[in-house]
Design a protein around this ligand. Structure first.
Ligand SMILES: Nc1nc2c(ncn2[C@@H]2O[C@H](COP(=O)(O)OP(=O)(O)O)[C@@H](O)[C@H]2O)c(=O)[nH]1
Ligand SMILES: [Mg+2]
Length: 401
């Protein structure tokens, strides 16, 4: 029999490794906490080891409705994933033998209490809430389902726990029994954390200048082409382009190709003075889209150059383009860095490539900027839409939610 072990910092990560390697039907045979090498032991960090096999069939102990969705981790997996097979004090391995529902609830409850104690220890947010809610006699299936779906949608364990605890604290017992009501509550909670702007407001005869900034390769030029094509061809506005992407000839050519196809005037600038002149020449248009060179968020000199260029352009709006594939902390760091150039909006690309979008929530919490557009593919001009809260919320929580 082929049995493999996977180690990671958290159970969620270890389970992701199992699912990537062995597929969603892999059986989790056991989990345990391991202290790792000398360094990790010294700093007090532990790892989780999950042993799994694709060849073992562990029958589900839940009704079909729960496991209908093949993309969801089976509850068998989640039960083990909750860490109850882990004895923190000794690292003893416990088998996942339990096979009735009460046992499952018991394990999940104790999992949450353990989260609670570690959260208090580390002063994580949500600990107080947890101590209020831990008195509750049972953890309803609906909440458990929501918790696993959040993990599945790339929410961190801390955030998933926080959201589930909030529902438990705020919802009535009747509500908690109904997975649909729990789902609606969760949708409302996530939606409340999203700010949107609506489309760029273009008034004929009153030129609006919109710049796109962001790291290299996130999709700025492609997004400019999508916006230009939509405003020109669908809304019949007079659109022009400016690019300051002079570092790479290919990048200028990329935008010029779009400008030629859509039949738009385009200016290439490399100094603040040229920028002023180009903006002046395009003053008669309804909308001017400004493409910029990708800037490494760590490159302070280039960020300063970008800032001078933008000041010279007197941009009405500066949209920071971010790839939805990036992790939460990278998104937050990049945004903090670019905010010095006067960003007014966030624009998210590559939603089609992201496995889950739970990584976006910490960004929304940290950065108080409204979202403008979302892009979901390479096709110009189709793969772009105005960011809307309900649609994005459903997408963040996963299509099957
Ligand atoms: N899958 C996917 N690819 C995208 C999306 N937007 C842009 N791209 C691709 O990302 C790559 C970099 O895009 P580009 O516009 O040159 O990025 P820039 O360096 O920020 O200007 C290209 O291959 C684009 O086709 C999107 O929404 N989804
Ligand atoms: Mg570009």
């Amino acid at each position: 029999m082929n049995i493999k072990s996977y180690r990671a910092r958290t159970l969620h990560e270890a389970l992701q490794m199992v699912r990537t390697d062995l597929g969603p039907d892999a059986a989790i045979l056991q989990t345990r906490e391991v202290s790792g090498n000398l360094l990790t032991r010294w700093i007090g960090a532990t790892q989780v080891e999950v042993t799994a096999s694709a060849e073992v069939h562990v029958p589900s102990r839940f009704s079909c409705s729960v496991n209908d969705d093949p993309s969801m981790p089976s509850r068998d997996n989640v039960l083990v994933a909750d860490g109850d097979g882990i004895d923190n004090s000794t690292g003893t391995e416990l088998p996942i033998a339990a096979n009735h529902e009460e046992n499952f609830r018991e394990r999940f409850r104790s999992h949450l209490s353990r989260f609670n104690s570690s959260a208090s220890h580390r002063h994580l947010p949500g600990a107080d809430l947890m101590s209020q809610t831990r008195q509750s006699a049972t953890m309803p299936d609906s909440l458990f389902l929501a918790y696993t779906q959040l993990l599945d949608a790339d929410f961190s364990e801390t955030l998933s726990r926080e959201l589930v605890e909030r529902i438990q604290a705020e919802a009535s017992a009747g509500e908690l029994r109904d997975p649909l009501l729990v789902r609606q509550r969760l949708l409302r909670m996530i939606e409340a954390e999203i700010r949107v702007q609506g489309p760029i407001q273009v008034t004929p005869g009153k030129r609006r200048l919109v710049a796109l900034v962001g790291p290299t390769g996130v999709g700025k030029t492609t997004t400019i082409a999508k916006l230009a094509a939509n405003f020109r061809l669908r809304e019949r506005r007079n659109v022009g382009l400016i690019t300051v992407d002079t570092y790479r000839i290919a990048a200028v050519e990329q935008l010029r190709t779009y400008a030629d196809i859509i039949d738009l005037p385009m200016e290439v600038v490399s100094t603040p003075r040229e920028m002023r002149e180009a903006v002046h020449r395009l003053a008669h248009l309804d909308l001017v889209l400004l493409d910029t060179a990708g800037r490494s968020p760590r490159d302070d000199v280039r960020i300063q150059e970008l800032k001078s260029m933008l000041q010279e352009s007197r941009a009405d709006e500066v949209h920071l383009v971010l790839s939805a594939v990036s992790g939460s902390s990278a998104l937050i760091k990049t945004t903090q860095h670019f905010q010095t150039v006067g960003v007014t909006n966030l624009l998210l690309t590559k939603l089609d490539e992201a496995s889950g979008l739970g990584n976006l929530l910490p960004l929304f919490r940290d950065v108080n900027l409204p979202l403008s557009y979302l892009t979901h593919g390479q096709n110009v001009p189709d793969d772009i839409q105005v960011a809307e809260r309900p649609a994005l919320t459903r997408r963040i929580l996963g299509a099957d939610f």
